[in-house]
Design a protein around this ligand. Sequence first.
Ligand SMILES: NC(=O)c1ccc[n+]([C@@H]2O[C@H](COP(=O)([O-])OP(=O)(O)OC[C@H]3O[C@@H](n4cnc5c(N)ncnc54)[C@H](OP(=O)(O)O)[C@@H]3O)[C@@H](O)[C@H]2O)c1
Length: 359
Amino acid sequence: METFAFLIHPMDIEDVAKKYKIAKKISPRVIGSVLKRRKPFVISEITGIKSRTGKLATGWFIVVPFLPNQFFDLEQEYVVEKIAKACEVGRKEGAKIVGLGAFTAIPGDGGKEVAKISKVPITTGNTYTIATAIDGTLEAAQKMEIDLATSRLAIVGATGSIGSACAEILAGQVGGLTLIGRDEKRLDKLAARLEGKTGSLEVSTSLQTISSADIIITVTGAADAIIKPEIIKAGAVVCDVARPRDVSELVVRTRPDVLVIDGGVVQVPGQVDFNFDFGLPKRLALACMAETMMLSLEGRYENYTLGKDISVEKIHEINGFARKHGFKLAGLRSFERKLTDAHIQKVKERARFGLALAQ
Ligand SMILES: NC(=O)c1ccc[n+]([C@@H]2O[C@H](COP(=O)([O-])OP(=O)(O)OC[C@H]3O[C@@H](n4cnc5c(N)ncnc54)[C@H](OP(=O)(O)O)[C@@H]3O)[C@@H](O)[C@H]2O)c1
């Protein structure tokens, strides 16, 4: 039996209240200071993963008890130590590799500092996340009849580990590319790398620039939703890879002429039972979880995805593991719901004929 663990954390106070009901009655500041001192713990055992090859894997979800903002606001050394302690909880449980979920994958240079002190190999899961984000975005763009070669792609969080790889891979396929981030120097460095690989290249620190994009991939480390309805072009595809989400639910409610898809949702082979509700329907996992599962099924017990630079070769390799073991994109989904072709047709009509005409 192959084994792994996966680190998760509460996305908001609601999540904390699922375990500690009192959280709804006390201030976020007090909750933060209580959580800061809590030790990482096992919340469930993951059973029933069965590869197409017949290999079996089992794992554990380990909670790192921090809220999203604490991963950035607390002293980084303390945060890295807490993540490493969570890896150790997994190792003691029997895990031979640990995946760093959501914001546990960001501090310490994208897991590199954690890897230095962890006694068990780790992976951020970002390689398979990139692969599935790209596949999902291209499929959605095709269904929305967006001509890729003349389209403008905006990447929000473009200087990050996932964002920069998406930019690198898609640059040559689109007509124009807008790179959006908060740090001008990092944006310019990325733009220099991509110069000549795409039609028209633009960098911006303003979210407003997404208004000219036909396709948007958003993948920031923001703790709250930053993509608001009013700035998106009619008929655009928005792939939200971030967890917590970058796209406000208001976008889906008020912009039926825009297609928002969840990035990186994957069907797991076998009869997987997570024994824990992390917001996805049965048998589905996030791509970063799936990467950890695949590495365990492969017996690749080594530090796999770390840091900010992820190679295209690695993306091909992880796609190969996915095919071999039977992991695949769980179709197009939006806010945890499956998108039907009929729904996508309606989005197209609303974009073409205006919201009022196509109601
Ligand atoms: N769906 C999945 O399976 C999956 C898997 C892995 C990760 N993720 C999620 O993907 C996201 C990014 O992960 P990553 O590893 O690529 O992180 P990363 O390397 O830290 O990149 C984050 C990017 O977001 C930008 N950013 C950070 N805070 C921001 C804010 N408040 N407003 C605007 N931009 C901001 C950063 O650039 P500047 O600091 O220069 O602005 C950077 O470009 C996270 O939400 C993570 O949880 C999802």
